[in-house]
Ligand binder design. Structure first.
Ligand SMILES: [Zn+2]
Length: 290
C-alpha cells in the first residue's frame, strides 16, 4: 500500500521484485496519482497541477513501466485511478482540496482496500508507520487506511497475518550520512546527526532485512521509469554509486502485527517477510516473463 507512484520503487522496489521473481503474488495498491509532484522533465513541465494538470494521468504510465521492471503485474489504484488526489506537502492549501486523499473518509477508503484483500487474500501487507515514514500527509493517510482495512479484513478472515512498516535503521543512516553530505542536490543538506533526519529507526526495533541485492538493476530501472519525479542526476543514483548494490537492493521493515518468524539475517532480523507463515511453494516465475 503506497501513497504515490514512485513510492513503491523507492521504498519497497527490491522487496517487491524479489517476491515477484520467486513466484509470490504481489499486489500494489497506490492511493493517489501524484498530481502535485515536481516535474524534472523540462518538456513535460506544463503538465503541472497549476498548468494543464495532467501529471497524474502521465504518472499512471510511469507507474506501469516501473512495475513492469519490478515484475509486478497486479497494480491497482485505491478506489480506482483518480478517486483520490495527491494532497501535496503538509500545510499546503492542496491539503484542503475535497478530493485530496488527506480529506478521505477513513472507512470508505479502507473499504476499497478490503475489496482488494477479499480478492487477493494477502498473507503479508507492507505500508508506512504512523508518521508516514517522513511526514507527507498522503503517506500518513495511507498508513491509517491500510491499518483500518487490515482490521476490517481480519474480522472477515481475509486480512494479512503479518503487517510490516517501511524503515531505515539508524546504523544504515549513520553510515550514509557523509555520503549524503557530498551528493549534488542533497535533500538533507545541513543535517549533521542521524537524529535530525525525518526518519530512522533504532536497529533494535527493526524486524526484517530483505536482501535483494541481485535485483538491484530492476529497482534502478523502476526508479528510472519515474523520470518526471527523479532526475537523472538525482542524489539517489549518486548514493547508489557510492554504496554499491546494497543501497538499492536491501530494504528494512518493522513488524507492526503478527508473530515474528525465525531470524537468520544479521542481528537476528528476519530475512523473509513470510518467515513463520505457512506458504505454498511458489511456482518460479517463467523465464522471460519479467
Ligand atoms: Zn510519496
Amino acid at each position: 500500500m503506497h501513497a504515490h507512484p514512485d513510492d513503491e520503487s523507492i521504498s519497497t522496489g527490491a522487496t517487491m521484485a524479489q517476491y515477484a521473481a520467486q513466484g509470490a503474488e504481489v499486489t500494489l495498491v497506490t492511493c493517489t496519482l501524484g498530481e502535485e509532484g515536481e516535474i524534472y522533465v523540462p518538456e513535460l513541465a506544463l503538465l503541472a497541477a497549476a498548468e494543464a494538470d495532467q501529471l497524474g494521468g502521465y504518472r499512471i504510465a510511469e507507474l506501469r513501466a516501473a512495475c513492469a521492471a519490478l515484475g509486478v503485474g497486479n497494480v491497482r489504484f485505491l478506489g480506482g485511478a483518480g478517486r483520490y488526489r495527491d494532497s501535496g506537502m503538509m500545510g499546503m492549501p492542496t491539503n484542503d482540496n475535497p478530493r485530496a486523499f488527506w480529506q478521505a473518509d477513513l472507512d470508505e477508503a479502507a473499504g476499497y482496500l478490503v475489496e482488494v484483500m477479499r480478492e487477493t487474500r494477502p498473507q503479508v501487507m507492507i505500508t508506512y508507520d504512523a508518521h508516514g515514514f517522513y511526514g507527507h500527509p498522503d503517506h500518513i493517510q495511507a498508513h491509517r487506511v491500510a491499518m483500518r482495512a487490515a482490521e476490517l479484513a481480519r474480522a472477515e478472515g481475509v486480512g494479512p497475518e503479518k503487517i510490516y512498516w517501511t524503515a531505515l535503521p539508524k546504523s544504515v543512516l549513520e553510515a550514509g550520512l557523509h555520503a549524503f553530505a557530498d551528493t549534488v542536490g542533497n535533500p538533507f543538506e545541513g543535517v549533521e546527526s542521524v537524529d535530525d533526519f525525518p526518519f530512522g529507526t533504532p536497529d533494535a526495533e527493526i524486524a526484517a532485512r530483505i536482501d535483494a541485492t541481485d535485483l538491484h538493476d530492476a529497482k534502478v530501472a523502476a526508479l528510472k521509469a519515474h523520470a518526471t519525479q527523479i532526475p537523472e542526476a538525482s542524489w539517489l543514483y549518486a548514493l547508489a554509486g557510492d554504496f554499491g548494490n546494497e543501497f538499492m537492493g536491501v530494504e528494512y521493515f518493522t513488524l507492526a502485527a503478527g508473530e515474528r518468524g525465525p531470524g537468520d539475517g544479521p542481528n537476528g532480523w528476519e530475512a523473509d517477510l513470510f518467515a513463520g507463515l505457512a506458504v505454498d511453494e511458489p511456482a518460479p516465475a517463467e523465464a522471460g516473463s519479467r
